[in-house]
Design a protein around this ligand. Structure first.
Ligand code: KG4
Ligand code: ZN
Length: 348
């Protein structure tokens, strides 16, 4: 649970809502100064950890409780609101709906427009919370649902240069953690155990290392981890040190995969700014590996604050204010969670 509040003396503001997966979050951003005046998030990790992953129906019900509770806390800002921003995809249909229906209600109540936000673009804008945007920039997006490298030239020009052919980075951390009976979300658990592990004990394959493809693939690596666990007698037979060593070796292979493909792209693009965003961007081992790569290529690496790596409404509010200034608002009747299949599959 995170809370952050500044006093309400400012003029024009945007209220933003995020409910694409298992985080209920609302933020208030001041339009002229780009300042975050209010930010709160209630995560559902504990509830979903009993099931080893996010249960959409449960997530939706929890949003229905948490979002109104947070909204109540932001009431003092209502008279200053000029627009409502809400994530409308990609994400879980039943959880997106909770945020979108709330946004529509506020829009009708206050007679202000809505700004529909693409969740992936919001992650990219997590870099610019309370800051001016930096363009052009190459962004590695590694979340629970997506893995891609995006060339970001402006608010309206984002091009995917590489993406995953199967699982995402966050998902593969979660699945490997589940194979070892670790908690959910798996990323932080694996990162923690990896610190005490031997990354050279298991020689997991680096995906697509001999392929010229500019793409990511995690399913083979995941399978190699599964086979290794079976060879050790199954999850129940693993010692704590086995789990630490598997975590470290797995994290090393993932990091090498990300580095290899990113290096190829960085060397072909004349862009001097780089960043990693998304839930898995919180991983310090991945962050550090990329710092060395960027130093080598004389590229400036930009970091998202750890608290804004995972899903949050502050990033939704930040991109929404650029859309607002670009007159990119709509009527509540034009917004739904029925985004195109391409968009749901991660197209920008
Ligand atoms: O961006 P996010 O909050 O949600 C999506 O948009 O999917 O990302 C959540 C994902 C989860 O799969 C989680 O395991 C992963 O981010 N994650 C991590 C770490 N912290 C969260 N993965 C690796 N290392 C971490 N420290
Ligand atoms: Zn996300």
């Amino acid at each position: 649970m995170g809370i952050y509040r500044k006093t309400a003396g400012a003029k024009k503001m945007i209220l933003s809502i995020e409910s694409s997966c298992d985080d209920s979050s609302i933020a208030i951003t001041e339009i002229d100064s780009k300042k975050l005046l209010f930010y709160r998030k209630i995560s559902q990790e504990i509830e979903h950890s009993h099931f080893g992953g996010v249960v959409p129906e449960l997530a939706s019900r929890l949003h229905a409780v948490a979002l109104p509770q947070i909204l109540e806390e932001s009431k003092e800002f209502f008279p200053k609101l000029k627009a409502i921003a809400v994530t409308n995809g990609p994400g879980l249909g039943v959880t997106l709906m909770e945020g979108v229906e709330m946004a529509k209600t506020i829009s009708i109540m206050l007679n202000i427009p809505i700004i529909a936000i693409n969740h992936l673009k919001a992650h990219i804008y997590s870099l610019f919370i309370e800051k001016e945007a930096i363009f052009p920039i190459l962004v590695l997006l590694i979340s629970g649902g997506h893995t891609m490298i995006v060339k970001v030239e402006s608010l309206n020009s984002m091009q995917i240069l590489a993406s995953t052919m199967d699982d995402s980075i966050g998902e593969s951390f979660d699945k490997c953690a589940k194979m070892m009976n670790l908690g959910y979300p798996g990323g932080p658990e694996i990162e923690k155990l990896a610190l005490m592990g031997d990354e050279n004990r298991f020689n997991f394959p680096i995906p697509l290392s001999n392929s010229p493809l500019l793409a990511f693939s995690l399913s083979g690596l995941k399978n190699a981890v599964r086979v290794q666990i079976e060879e050790l007698g199954g999850a129940e037979s693993l010692s704590n040190q086995d789990k630490c060593d598997i975590s470290a070796s797995f994290q090393k292979a993932i990091t090498s995969h990300l580095l290899q493909k990113s290096k190829k792209i960085l060397s072909t693009q004349n862009i001097k700014d780089f960043a990693i965003v998304g839930g898995a961007a919180a991983n310090k081992s991945i962050r550090n590996a990329f710092s060395s790569l960027c130093n080598k290529y004389n590229i400036k690496q930009h970091f998202v604050e750890l608290k804004y790596c995972s899903d949050n409404a502050a990033m939704v509010g930040r991109i929404a204010l650029d859309y607002f200034l670009d007159n990119h608002t709509t009527d509540y009747k034009n917004i739904s969670t029925l985004v195109s299949r391409k968009r749901q599959n991660g197209e920008l």
